[in-house]
Design a protein around this ligand. Structure first.
Ligand code: ATP
Length: 219
């Protein structure tokens, strides 16, 4: 069985000047589960997401991976530890092909974890293994681009996957396909966190839902 991992935020606090964005947040993301973070615009979801990724550093509190303090680890270091992320704004390389974009994800891992063979199952899972694999990313539909970005994250064989609004810009069928993929990943042992506005999707895929309001988890 795959090793079990847990990414934890403990009493995380962050202020933007005199505005309190995170007011003592506790959250846990565990292997084999989809954890969702929901809440109104401005509740602090993206800020918390950045603290977990390492693109923002909390003013107080800790971020831990399997009990080890990673609060001061860079985003890059966290990627190498096996924590992958996607972006609310799509971040694919427009002039590269679908397959090349996904391969870049595999290159981002430490040498001993790199596995070129890991790319094929990822392309298959995301239904990017047909003729689309050789297409240039520029000009693909939003749905395809979201899958390419997810593929780039998965190619590094992460144990933990952090997804910021993965269904933004997707139609109902594409969102449904994504839901199935997320459940398959969790069933396979990946720890998945989604920040998501689509509550129907959240209700279907999430094992645990955290509701944020004004910098706190209220439910
Ligand atoms: P959304 O769903 O709109 O992405 P969110 O729940 O992700 O909202 P955050 O983006 O974390 O919320 O923002 C939390 C609060 O912090 C908001 O009121 C926002 O205006 C404020 N904020 C975010 N970034 C900054 C910044 N760099 N400087 C000042 N205030 C900020």
């Amino acid at each position: 069985p795959p090793a079990s991992h847990r990414l934890v935020a403990r009493d995380v606090r962050l202020r933007y000047e005199d505005f309190t964005a995170l007011d003592g947040v506790d959250l846990s993301v565990a292997s084999g589960q989809v954890t969702a973070l929901v809440g109104a615009n401005g509740a602090g979801k993206s800020t918390l997401f950045h603290c977990l990724c390492g693109t923002l550093r909390p003013d107080a509190g800790r971020v831990e991976l399997d009990g080890a303090d990673i609060t001061r680890r860079s985003a890059h270091a966290r990627t190498r530890l096996g924590i992958a992320r996607t972006f609310q704004q799509l971040a694919v390389f427009p002039s590269l092909t679908v397959e090349e974009n996904v391969r870049i994800g595999a290159e981002q891992q430490r040498r001993r974890r790199r596995d070129p063979a890991a790319v094929e199952p990822v392309l298959r899972l995301l239904e990017l293994d047909g003729p689309i694999r050789d297409r240039i990313a520029a000009g693909l539909s939003t749905g395809a681009l979201r899958r390419v970005e997810l593929g780039r994250a998965l190619a590094g064989r992460p144990h933990t996957l952090l997804l910021d609004e993965p269904t933004a810009g997707l139609d109902a069928a594409e969102a449904e396909a994504l839901a199935r993929i997320l459940m398959a990943l969790a069933a396979d042992g990946t720890a998945v966190l989604i920040v998501e506005h689509d509550l129907d999707l959240v209700a279907r895929v999430a094992d645990t839902v955290h509701v944020m309001e004004a910098g706190r988890i209220v439910r």
